[in-house]
Design a protein around this ligand. Structure first.
Ligand code: IDP
Ligand code: MG
Length: 136
């Protein structure tokens, strides 16, 4: 339990493309997560491959890295009580079909690959991922 925990959130290309950025940011804010940092960037496939390295043995790795680098994304640092778990709950399950009602992925996700958002899954990864995008 940490009142000042931080996590990394990404609004993926499918949601940026559909102009869902403000709607998704409002969901974080309504759920008591503060957006401490936010920037719109486009990353290279090499950068996406580094970011998603943990998935390098998965059959979907190549497509995943192509996808994340296919268009602009919004990378954010979210802060709040239990921010890591809280964000994961707000996002919903990886596959939008399995996501609970009113989660971001249920509301906006198109498919398991175009699922609109990324969120860190542990304190260790949150630290690594925040450093990856916000190391100055
Ligand atoms: P997460 O984003 O909910 O943490 P992970 O298992 O960490 O899910 O997978 C990272 C991303 O890889 C997912 O958000 C999704 O876009 C993609 N992905 C995961 N599993 C599959 C799959 O079986 N097929 C295609 N893409 C997948
Ligand atoms: Mg993950």
């Amino acid at each position: 339990m940490s009142s000042n925990e931080q996590t990394l959130s990404i609004i993926k290309p499918d949601a940026v493309e559909r102009n869902l950025v403000d709607e998704i940011k409002n969901i974080f804010i309504k759920n008591n997560l503060i957006i401490k940092e936010s920037k719109k960037i486009q990353i290279t496939k090499d950068e996406a491959s580094e970011f998603y390295k943990v998935h390098q043995s998965k059959p979907f790795y190549n497509d995943l890295c192509s996808y994340l680098s296919s268009g602009p994304i919004i990378v954010m640092v979210l802060e709040g009580e239990n921010a890591i778990l809280s964000n994961r709950k707000i996002m919903g399950a990886t596959n939008p079909k399995d996501a609970d009602e009113n989660t971001i992925r249920k509301l906006y996700g198109i498919s398991i690959d175009k699922n609109s958002v990324h969120g860190s899954d542990s304190a260790e990864n949150a630290k690594k991922e925040i450093e990856f995008f916000f190391k100055n």
